[in-house]
Design a binder for this molecule. Structure first.
Ligand SMILES: [Zn+2]
Ligand SMILES: [Zn+2]
Ligand SMILES: [Zn+2]
Length: 298
């Protein structure tokens, strides 16, 4: 409902003039009440790079760069958080492709053999895999042309067996499948992506919201005596000029300090409240500090 603008009415203006009121400072226009809601939406997405890495490890083998196979002496071989097995793919006289046999063995630990290979700077010959059926892709070192790998069964290194035994991780008959099941803690293959969404919600303001908003709009300054209540906003009230608290038209509202408020017509009852009385005194002290004209006490 749009109320008529009584302040434009000549009779009311004359009445105000007769009362000594030259101008009633109007409150600024309030923006519609809006609430900003910031929501974080968590998306769990498959980490395709990790998934592809696992797929390659499980079905084939990956050449490891120097020191990529982490581990102190006797630790289980680990690559990017996965327990892996290491073996030499490019073999020479060690393997007989016709018989499908090799004298090389695969490793699961940073065993003595692995350490001495590292000391000799030869760890670059190792490939990492998580293929778990006991078979390995082996290339003939002598052939230079691209070749299909020979699939060979390989045995676990004796030094690795010793390490596994000393750590209580060995079992018989040994199988890589069981070894990975027991020792490889699966790493999460998802990425958490956090999306921040800002929503604006409009809502029906209550008296408290209106009061706070208007006091903020006038920078917490009393519209009558100009005292600044920035540090004590509770000393500022929202006064309804016509006495009707349900009329929140801005023509009917004034932001007043408690002192100015209590001196409005029909507001004498405020002076009977001891808490208000001491707050009025605080306002008067604030005016002095703020070099404002002290309004004579009422
Ligand atoms: Zn070994
Ligand atoms: Zn005031
Ligand atoms: Zn009032």
């Amino acid at each position: 409902m749009n109320l008529p603008d009584y302040l434009q009415c000549v009779e009311i203006r004359q009445l105000h003039a007769a009362m000594g009121i030259l101008e009633i400072p109007l409150l600024p226009v309030l923006q519609p009440f809006e609430r900003k809601i910031v929501e974080n939406i968590v998306h769990e997405e498959l980490d395709l790079k990790e998934v592809e890495f696992d797929r390659r490890l499980e079905t084939s083998s990956i050449r490891v760069k120097k020191s990529e196979l982490q581990g102190k002496p006797d630790e289980l071989l680990t690559l990017n958080g996965r327990k892996v097995c290491a073996y030499i793919r490019d073999q020479g006289s060690s393997f007989n492709s016709e018989l499908g046999m090799t004298t090389y063995r695969y490793h699961l630990c940073n065993c003595k053999t692995m350490q001495s290979m590292r000391d000799m700077g030869r760890e670059g010959r190792y490939l990492a895999t998580k293929r778990d059926d006991g078979f390995f892709e082996v290339y003939d070192k002598a052939k230079i042309t691209p070749q299909k790998p020979t699939i060979l069964e390989m045995e676990l290194c004796q030094n690795c067996i010793k390490v596994l035994k000393s750590r209580g991780l060995y079992f018989y008959p040994f199988s890589l499948k069981q070894y990975f099941e027991k020792n490889d803690t699966s790493i999460p293959k998802t990425i958490r992506r956090i999306e921040t969404v800002t929503k604006i919600q409009t809502y029906t303001p209550n008296q408290e919201d209106i009061s706070r908003a208007y006091r903020e709009k006038v920078n917490f300054i009393c519209q009558e005596c100009n005292v600044s209540c920035l540090n004590k906003p509770y000393l500022l009230h929202l006064h309804h000029i016509n006495g009707d608290p349900s009329n929140n038209s801005r023509h009917n509202l004034q932001v007043l300090c408690i002192d100015c408020h209590s001196s409005q017509p029909l507001h004498n009852h405020m002076l009977e409240n001891p808490a208000f009385k001491s707050q009025i005194n605080i306002i008067r002290q604030m005016r002095v500090k703020q070099n404002l004209l002290t309004i004579s006490s009422k």
